[in-house]
Design a binder for this molecule. Structure first.
Ligand code: ADP
Length: 287
């Protein structure tokens, strides 16, 4: 039987380091472990967008989540960076470590298929507004066939947004953490590991990041505690992705940092925030 799949998401915010992660992925791949790597690219996208005279615009939805307003030009810049520079730099890094990596967007082989919203309902200056011409949406289906072929052939898939709209076949921006969650669900992944520049979910983002008492080491989604209470900004999407993955049958999601040696082993050994749903409570909730 084929070994289980781990889905790893590596962020793209300022200060993220790839080398230690790529070293560990290459060593584990050589040992026969199977991975699907998903990445972000937000910081470089902002930088390139500014250089091209089309600066990024971030908006807050009526439900309180922050996202990038993606007009057509932004989608093009987004694709340049995500599918181009960032994706190929990870592919190159893996190739240099002897791993036959293949970089694909969610539009290739319709890996990430979904529904475009078209308009965003946002809050700006305390008022509700509708922003039209937005090319972003939600993944509703993952086509696994191409990825299964690649995994069977010993290749190492490196995946990135954008996704593709089911109806129009237009590309659309989707959140990378939630894309990784959909992938983890589709492959019944052993775990989803979301690596960024922070050690996990912190009680106080302004406090000392290296203080272990500042880290929420685990979240049981079946407990009464609100998993979003400490999360602000982009962290909310990670919690949302974690919740979606676990509701979809993934056993655990770990939020941890990429910026240390062996970030995967550390995450699996309990560094970071482990999110799960305890079996007892899950049993009770079915009654
Ligand atoms: P990536 O680009 O790696 O996907 P981000 O850097 O966008 O991830 O998301 C993580 C960010 O979430 C952190 O850099 C931090 O600024 C923010 N954040 C908000 N609340 C928290 C929290 N409670 N604990 C940790 N990070 C938080």
């Amino acid at each position: 039987m084929a070994s289980p799949v781990y889905v790893v998401k590596v962020g793209g915010s300022a200060g993220i380091r790839d080398d230690e992660l790529l070293d560990e992925l290459a060593a584990r791949h050589a040992n026969g472990e199977r991975f699907l790597l998903v990445h972000g690219g937000s910081d470089e996208t902002n930088e390139v967008a500014r250089q091209l005279g089309h600066p990024p615009r971030f908006v807050t939805s009526v439900s309180g989540f922050e996202s990038r307003y993606t007009d057509r030009k932004t989608l093009e810049i987004f694709s340049m960076v995500y599918c181009g520079r960032r994706n190929k730099s990870l592919v190159e890094g893996l190739q240099q470590r002897g791993v036959n990596a293949v970089g694909l967007s969610g539009a290739d082989g319709r890996i990430f298929e979904g529904e475009m919203k078209g308009a965003l309902k946002i809050i700006e200056g305390g008022k509700k507004k509708v922003l039209r011409g937005d090319y972003s949406g939600k993944i509703t289906r993952v086509h696994t066939e191409l990825l299964e072929l690649l995994l069977e052939g010993g290749f190492f898939p490196v995946l990135t947004p954008p996704a593709i709209d089911r109806e129009s076949s237009c590309m659309m921006n989707v959140d990378g953490d939630r894309a990784a969650a959909e992938l983890a669900k589709a492959f019944s992944a052993r775990a989803l590991i979301i690596l960024s520049t922070v050690p996990g979910l912190l009680r106080d983002l302004d406090g000392d990041h290296s203080d272990p008492t500042n880290l929420i080491s685990s979240i049981d989604l079946s407990s009464a505690e609100d998993p979003y209470s400490a999360a602000e900004g982009r962290m909310k999407k990670k919690i949302m992705g974690a919740q979606e993955a676990i509701d979809g049958g993934v056993e655990k999601v770990i939020l941890s940092t990429a910026n240390r040696p062996n970030p995967i082993r550390s995450a699996l050994e309990g560094a970071g925030t482990t999110i799960f749903r305890s079996a007892v409570a899950a049993e009770e909730s079915r009654i």
